[in-house]
Design a protein around this ligand. Structure first.
Ligand code: 13P
Length: 339
């Protein structure tokens, strides 16, 4: 695959003022989300919910790409029965696909995880390309606490991310590389910083070792936060400063963009942090800094919907509001008074 076309897709995914909607919850994760609103998680309800998000009028102004789950990639809009990838493509939104098979216990470790999904991945990527996917996502999970993370856990997950990324690029698909450090726990923001630095550094070393084209990938990192149970919570400015510092140390400027995960932050925090980072970096940022949020884009909309057809217009409004505010944050133009 030509470097140019991968680079073109990657640039489109992180275009100024737009970001990525992570709507790739696996069926078990979708069930967890639907349980919160007492909606049964069956195939039809998942189709209705995704259709509601994707057909929100004007969402393409703020959304450059959507990460889909295998089931959703094969579903269609309810009104006109257009396959979701074709429908998104017609709006100028790049369809993507989650290809990892989840994080599973890492043998020989003390409760750490490694992400599965490399077996048969080459074949699956070819089918996903045929179905219209032009980017993919693979998430690894690193926890802090109980002497974790071990260097073994960091190493095997980085190796897996790089193997996945190289396979994607050979198949004409832009890899989103997502090494997520979980912010559950009582660790300080300084501990988050140290672990994020080691994980990103190791991940980029593996990407280099396995000949991944940096110009044809997107990084999806966590922000550097205080653990959610840490008694001392860092301010928005501290989070922004420390996250930008670690990114500058570890992420080569050849990478077109960085699209953050929200990782369980409140919707407003996720927006405020992104905004503060863009204000620090300004116009001379080496990368476009944007969002690839799941919960922080969807939570208010999911709640407003609650499985009722009559609620769809309100739910779409709630989704568009978060998308618009995050779009402003990706340009450093957000202010909390806009909430
Ligand atoms: P959150 O933004 O809810 O963390 O989800 C993003 C994602 O894609 C996790 O893999």
């Amino acid at each position: 695959m030509e470097l140019n076309s991968l680079n073109e897709i990657a640039n489109k995914m992180v275009e100024k003022g737009r970001g990525i909607l992570a709507a790739d919850e696996s069926s078990p994760t979708c069930k967890k989300r639907f349980d919160l609103i007492n909606v049964e998680s069956n195939e039809l309800n998942r189709n209705i919910y995704r259709d509601m998000l994707f057909t929100s009028e004007g969402m393409e102004e703020f959304i450059s790409g959507v990460i889909l789950f295998d089931e959703t990639l094969r579903q269609s809009t309810l009104k006109d029965n257009i396959p979701f990838p074709d429908y998104l493509y017609s709006l100028g939104v790049v369809p993507g696909i989650k290809v990892d098979k989840g994080a599973h216990p890492l043998a020989g470790s003390n409760d750490e995880k490694v992400t599965d999904g490399l077996d048969g991945l080459n074949t699956r990527l070819k089918e996903y390309y045929e179905l219209g996917a032009r980017f993919a996502k693979w998430r690894s999970v690193i926890t802090i606490g109980n002497s974790a993370p071990s260097s073994t856990c960091i190493g095997v997950n980085a190796h897996g991310l790089a193997r996945y990324a190289a396979l994607c690029q050979e198949n004409g698909i832009v890899p989103i590389v997502e090494p997520e450090i979980i912010m559950d726990g009582d660790h300080s923001i300084e501990e988050s910083f140290v672990v994020t630095e080691e994980v990103l550094y190791t991940t980029f070393y593996e990407l280099y070792s396995q000949n991944v084209l940096l110009e044809g990938m997107i990084l999806k990192p966590n922000m550097v936060l205080s653990g959610y149970d840490c008694p001392k919570q860092a301010s928005v400015e501290e989070v922004a400063e420390m996250t930008v510092t670690v990114l500058k140390r570890c992420v080569p400027s050849a990478v077109p963009g960085i699209a953050f995960l929200s990782g369980g932050q409140s919707d407003e925090d996720a927006t405020a942090h992104l905004n503060a980072m863009n204000q620090i970096l300004g116009d001379n940022s080496p990368w476009n800094l944007t969002y690839s949020y799941g919960r922080a884009l969807q939570a208010p909309s999911l709640k407003a919907w609650s499985g009722e057809t009559n609620n769809i217009p309100e739910a779409q409004k709630a989704f568009l509001k978060r998308a618009k505010l995050n779009s402003l944050a990706s340009k450093g133009e957000y202010n909390s008074s806009m909430e």
